[in-house]
Design a protein around this ligand. Structure first.
Ligand SMILES: Nc1nc2c(c(=O)[nH]1)N[C@H]1C(S)=C(S)[C@@H](COP(=O)(O)O)O[C@H]1N2
Ligand SMILES: [Mo]
Length: 480
């Protein structure tokens, strides 16, 4: 490509940044976001193998990566439009505008402001691409203006997120907020705490940012195939809620990764809500539907009888759910992977028959409920710098809902050795473990495995998360 050609591409990309920045600022001024809408569109449409690869490589930064992808993608799309022959350019810009408006109106923070932002972005694009290519100076101006507008929009979005977070906290407390329970292990540097603070709890969902739900106007409706539909406020729910301790695990939690957390939840047993709503004969599934249409459904019968103890959760560690964890309400059934356990940002519980199809089923995930496989994680493996071979190995393990019976480690693929377990908080919670071993000099591989009370021994066969949940032992290397 000639320098001139390169300059043209970069100039058009700069115009794209400027257009997106202008549209995003208009959207953000009224609580919307073009970028978040497009991020959600990506999550909804990208093929599952790409989602899996992105989740595996982006780790905890998946949301930032998605937003960055939208910004760079818009710039690249603009360069593509600019490269079209003159007569196709206007229709392409019109299509871009229509796409932006459609995206704004389907997004999580769906708003008229976002749609206006989409129109504005298309208008700016049209003006900016009229004279191609912009010269170097003009390109730099466009790029600077785009970056500045995007930064201003981001500031507004963050301000609204912060205000929403403060408002959501004011509905609290949710639960007794009793001091952090103890398991006899105290604090061990590097070892996960018994209860994961909400701010450290993993976040996994298809949105770029949490939807903002006004607690004063929010009502949970229980509807569909029920004799007695219900509409409940947060206050109604808080009056019936109880506390329980349980580990929540993402189906993407491969050996040793951080997509698992243990919290003291506050929620209403689903048995009692279902008893009041009185499901009709034909109802077979409980559909948990989020404000943005995302659904996770569960078989009704075991929830109704309490064989699977599910909860409508409104609090975490004594506080209301933080926005990213589903404020004001979510459904959680301990022992079931998060992706199968219930929606965050709940709008309603719908009693339905088997014709219902869930969000992830359409994308190839199995329709049977996936139960958490027992897993042990090694958090600490250190000699403490004492110079001797004495090495502390410690971690957490879970086998919900029945609980952990034993944890073992092995060094360099020799025999499995039992370790000491911390006191059990609840069978569905995670349990901490530790041991001290004497290691000869050199590098050693330490592996851990858990046995559940059901008798299930953790399986060492390495499997990817899709489609049945991950498998394999966590292994770390210690050097003496
Ligand atoms: N509305 C909604 N609920 C959702 C999801 C989502 O994308 N949207 N993701 C599920 C998945 S995959 C997991 S692992 C848990 C994660 O909950 P957390 O982010 O509070 O840890 O929420 C579940 N509930
Ligand atoms: Mo998940």
């Amino acid at each position: 490509m000639s320098v001139n050609g390169k300059g043209r591409v970069l100039g058009a990309a700069a115009v794209g940044l400027g257009a997106l920045g202008a549209g995003e600022l208009i959207a953000a001024a009224r609580g919307g976001s073009l970028i978040d809408g497009a991020g959600r569109l990506l999550a909804d449409t990208v093929p599952v193998p790409v989602v899996e690869a992105a989740v595996a490589s982006a780790g905890e930064h998946d949301k930032e990566m998605a937003r960055l992808g939208v910004v760079l993608g818009s710039a690249a799309a603009t360069a593509g439009i600019a490269a079209l022959p003159e007569r196709l350019r206007q229709p392409a810009i019109a299509a871009f505008g229509a796409g932006a408006v459609a995206t704004a109106l389907r997004g999580t923070n769906r708003s008229v402001a976002s749609a206006l932002g989409g129109l504005a972005a298309a208008g700016v694009l049209r003006a900016g691409l009229r004279r191609t290519p912009p010269g170097l100076g003009a390109s730099l101006l466009w790029a600077a203006a785009g970056t500045g507008l995007l930064a201003a929009a981001e500031t507004l979005v963050r301000r609204d997120d912060r205000l929403h977070r403060e408002r959501s906290r004011r509905v609290g407390p949710m639960g007794s907020g009793v001091p952090t329970p103890e398991d006899g292990f105290g604090t061990e540097p590097g070892l996960a705490p018994l209860i994961t603070p909400a701010g450290k709890f993993y976040v996994a969902d298809v949105n770029s940012r949490p939807p903002r739900i006004d607690p004063d106007h929010w009502r949970l409706s229980i509807r569909g195939q029920v004799a007695h539909p219900l509409r409940l406020s947060l206050r109604d729910l808080a009056e019936q809620a109880v506390e329980f301790d349980a580990v929540m695990v993402c189906v993407h939690n491969t050996a040793g990764s951080g997509r698992a957390g243990n919290a003291r939840w506050f929620g209403v047993p689903l048995t009692s809500l279902l008893e009041h709503a009185m499901p009709e004969q034909g109802a077979t599934r409980l559909v948990t539907r989020a404000v943005d249409g995302y659904t996770i459904s569960l078989p009704l019968e075991p929830l109704r009888t309490g064989e699977w103890p599910g909860y409508l959760v409104i609090g975490m560690n004594g506080e209301p759910l933080p926005p990213e964890h589903g404020f004001p309400a979510r459904v959680f059934v301990p022992g079931i992977y998060g992706q199968y356990s219930g929606a965050k940002w709940l709008a309603e519980l719908e009693l339905s028959d088997d014709s219902h199809v869930d969000y992830w089923w359409k994308r190839g995930w199995p329709s049977e409920t996936l139960w958490v496989r027992p897993q042990a994680r090694i958090d600490v493996a250190s000699t403490g710098g004492s110079g001797s071979g004495k090495c502390t190995i410690a971690g957490v393990a879970w086998a919900p809902p029945q609980g952990v019976a034993a944890v073992e480690i092995r060094i360099d693929e020799t025999d499995w050795l039992p370790v000491e377990l911390g006191a059990e908080l609840a069978p569905a919670a995670w349990r901490r473990w530790r041991t001290v071993v004497d290691l000869p000099p050199g590098a050693h591989t330490v592996q851990a495995r858990v046995t559940g009370r059901s008798g299930e021994v953790q399986d060492g066969a390495v499997r990817p998360p899709f489609p049945q949940g991950p498998g394999g032992f966590h292994a770390v290397t210690v050097t003496v």
